[in-house]
Design a protein around this ligand. Structure first.
Ligand SMILES: O=C[C@H](O)[C@H](O)[C@H](O)COP(=O)(O)O
Length: 235
């Protein structure tokens, strides 16, 4: 591992690059978003450029990932052309023991979930500090809401027990997702019943997506000082 790379970055890279080993020639591959997934995209780009891997097409989960993959010469496609994805490699913000996740720290939660639900295999790659005994312990739940009526959604989320913060961009203006929506970061504290919370969020008009990813992870690769561990859901 390069000496100028932080431990966190080197662990993220190690997990992401290991995940790329699961890609086979001819696959449709979902390309996740964020700093960890970006290592996988770079590795895939390098393998394709070298000719070590062939005939792979990528489905990006955000405009940022699309731009990165395109810059590396990774052939891209869409779910319209390939509605079933063989394998997706994505990061996460928090991972519970049952492999449920909080995602959306980069604001790509909606497209990431669409691609995850279209994927036969969802490989999540993280560094060890993201492991958590219970979702909500370390990270708020991002909730993507329509700009129309967003303050009403904030009140609704507070009524569910959340401390709600409107996500801002680096320039201090409200952050907007690739869909032009607003993100409300909702601190519920440790969540005792993520499925019940997800159901409440999904029943609300104006909530376009939330960062609880339940029953979607098939594989988890965690990198830490002791190396990389691979967990498979249900195993
Ligand atoms: O919206 C962003 C995604 O869900 C990311 O995969 C997640 O935030 C993890 O990002 P990172 O790999 O940069 O920690």
């Amino acid at each position: 591992m390069p000496s100028d790379e932080s431990d966190s970055a080197s662990f993220k890279r190690a997990a992401a690059e290991r995940a790329v080993d699961f890609i086979q020639p001819g696959m449709v591959v979902g390309l996740g978003t964020g700093s960890t997934a970006a290592y996988a995209v770079r590795r895939l780009g390098a393998l394709l450029s070298a000719g070590t891997l062939k005939d792979v097409v990528g489905v990006p989960t955000s405009r940022a990932t699309e731009a990165l993959a395109a810059s590396l010469g990774v052939p891209l496609t869409t779910l319209d052309v390939h509605p079933v994805v063989d394998l997706t490699i994505d990061g996460a913000d928090e991972v519970a023991p049952d492999l449920s996740l909080i995602k959306g720290g980069g604001g790509a939660l909606l497209r990431e979930k669409v691609v995850a639900q279209a994927s036969r295999r969802e490989i999540i790659v993280v560094d060890a500090p993201k492991l958590s005994p219970r979702l909500g312990t370390k990270w708020p739940v991002p909730v993507e809401v329509l700009p129309f009526g967003w303050r009403s959604q904030a009140l609704f989320l507070e009524s569910l027990g959340a401390r709600v913060v409107v996500r801002l961009a680096l320039d201090g203006a409200p952050f907007h997702t690739d869909q032009g929506n607003v993100v409300l970061d909702c601190d519920f504290g440790p969540i005792s019943d993520p499925a019940a919370l997800a159901a409440k969020l999904e029943s609300r008009a104006g909530v376009m997506a939330h960062g609880l990813f339940l029953n979607l992870t098939t594989d988890l690769l965690v990198a830490g000082p002791e190396g990389i561990t691979h967990r498979v859901r249900g195993a």
